[in-house]
Design a protein around this ligand. Sequence first.
Ligand code: NAD
Length: 471
Amino acid sequence: MKTIDKIYINGEFVTPQGTEYFDLISPTTNKILGKVLLGNQKDTQNAIAAAKNAFETFSKTTIEERIQYLKNMQASIEKRKEDFINTMVEEYGGTLQFATISYEYMLKSFNSVIELLNTYKFSKIMGESEVQMTSIGVVGIIIPWNSSNGFICSKLSTAIAAGCTTVIKPSEMSAQQTQLITECLHEAKLPKGVFNIVNGLGEVVGAEISRNPDIAKISFTGSTVVGKIIAKEAINTMKRVTLELGGKSPNIILDDANFSEAIPLAMAAAYMNNGQACIAGTRLLVPESKLDEVKSLIKNIAATIIVDDPKKETTSVGPMVSAKQYERVQNYIQTGIDEGAEILIGGLGKPEGLENGNFVKPTVFVHVKNNMRIAQEEIFGPVLSVITYKTEEEAIKIANDTTYGLQAYVSSSNEERAHKVASQINAGRVQINGIKHDPMAPFGGFKQSGIGREFGILGLEAYLEPKALIR
Ligand code: NAD
């Protein structure tokens, strides 16, 4: 049994003043792995004070110094590869396959920020004036459990590039992953107070970050419901907000696509990270005339999807993060049945032999109408809705008929046609014939998938405040 009873403030591991413990439960076995001592409002205020103090000097550091800090952080994370991967697998049930890719992305996020710093102009001429892009201040970073250290790396590295200091509040369910990255960042020897990390509950630590006047900006990744709570609170002190929220991404397979490539890709896009991904392609739009072919391809692929212990190399879908998330997915499967959609594969209950963990059966519904709840609401589990369309125009209309707009996918054997369709979809990213992450391109949502962008120049500028000097 592990006990995590330290948070990180002003360059030191300290015991929080909070007295409440939170149990860390294995999603694979539902046995207790350990417990974490949660920080309280006072701990959060102390972390914010440390970051505020550090901002005075850190905002004046040179580009070369910031690049060196980023390199140090990357080097210390590089040394603990196995630990990072194993902790992701154990703590939230990410599969070994996914955790390995996730770790590589974490490391790469430093490279792209360094590349950006080497070329970005912090001072430019606009009109007749000089515009200085100045560090925005103390940034509150609030993140979910589904790629915890990935979010810490991408957000913290951008904040550092911009000369900002930070207070990070990870999910209370990610305490082991947080402990590990804190040890690495401590080793990187950043100036005291540049990053502070407080374990704690959203309504306590997250709420203080949203309210505190010394926080200039919040970079939040999480659900749309919580994003709205944070944005409402943030406006009282005019904090800048970047909100990366939920999604219900459409995946349009055009009639000329290579279905034997596009359908396996669609299943991978739906079930990535056990279906617990904001960018998961959960609405599969196929031509009505191709439905039978699609159904038979899905059944064949389903036979190759291995749901099992996430530690095994062969596992492609692991457990849901918590018993609560398992119940949520079950409720949505029941909703789909009640709404009149038809189960093609999967369904209610746990797969045989995996009754102790939060495992669900990867599920595909057919005969889904886009106005059903299973087609409109984010399930955050391996549940895919197949929706048919008659014309390209109808496909685009269905794709855009959602309150979300984070990511979309288009497959076609005709690049030009795919490009034309992609250009008409209201989403922050549209993937054409594949799934790729471009760390220099903006990432973020249209509509209720968020506000603002991360990555690349737009991501960096979200941590900067423009100041025009007019002579
Ligand atoms: P969540 O919104 O419940 O929690 C996210 C974080 O917010 C946690 O640290 C939580 O403690 C904190 N929080 C909760 N209540 C708060 C409050 N009142 N004030 C301040 N902070 C509070 O999300 P989750 O269940 O941890 O993660 C899943 C969600 O995250 C999904 O909706 C998913 O789509 C979204 N997500 C989005 C992206 C993206 O980049 N757009 C990426 C990953 C996940």
